[in-house]
Design a binder for this molecule. Sequence first.
Ligand SMILES: C[S@@+](CC[C@H](N)C(=O)[O-])C[C@H]1O[C@@H](n2cnc3c(N)ncnc32)[C@H](O)[C@@H]1O
Length: 202
Amino acid sequence: MARSNVARRYDRIAWLYDFMVDRFFSNLRPGLLDGLEGEVLEIGVGTGNNFPFYPHDLHLTGIDISSKMLSRALLRAHELGRDIDLRLMDVEEMSFPDRSFDYVVSSLVFCSVEDPMQGLREVSRVLRENGELRMLEHVRSARPWLGSTMDFLNPVARLIGDNINRRTLLTLEEAGLEILSNESQGSEILKKIRARNVTTQP
Ligand SMILES: C[S@@+](CC[C@H](N)C(=O)[O-])C[C@H]1O[C@@H](n2cnc3c(N)ncnc32)[C@H](O)[C@@H]1O
C-alpha cells in the first residue's frame, strides 16, 4: 500500500490527536454503537476513541491507514482489556472478502478519505446484505449560504487538514447504501447516520 499524504499527516499528529480533536466530539460517541452485534468493522479507528462504547459480545476488527494512530489504538485496546483485530489498511482497498461484516462503523473519517465514493463502495462490498453502516461525520451543510461558504473555504481547510464540504449523504446513496436515519447536530454539519446495504450479491 502506497503511503498517502493522509497517512503521513495522521502519523505526524497522532500524539496530539486526542487533545486536539477528540475532546470536541467525545459527547457524541455514546449512542452511536448501541445494539451492535456479530462481526463489526470500524474503519479509520484512529486512536481507538470509540472502543469504550462498544458492547462486549461482538467481534471487532479495526483498520486505519496511519500506523501511528493504529499503535495508539492497540495500546487503548490493551488498556481496556479488549481483544480487537487491528490492521493497517486503506478503506479504499480492503483485503476482506465480500459480505464479511454485519456492521461497519466510521467516525470523522470520510472528510479525509481521498476518494470517498471508492471508500463507500468498499464498505458496501464488505457489508452483508442488509448490514448496517453507522456514521458520525461532518459534512457540507445543507443550508445554502453555509454550504457555499464551506465550498469557498475548502481549499484553505485542505491545506491544514481535511475536507469540510463532503456531500456524504449523496455519496452513500450512489454507493448503494440506503439511508435509514440522519440526525443533525448543529447547523446540519455534524451528522449521525445509519445506512443499510441494499446491494445484492453479484
Ligand atoms: C479524524 S480521525 C478519526 C479517528 C477516529 N475514527 C475518531 O473518531 O476519533 C480520521 C482517521 O481516519 C484515518 N483514515 C483516513 N483515510 C483513511 C483511509 N483511506 N483508510 C483508512 N483509514 C483512513 C486517519 O488515519 C485517521 O486515523
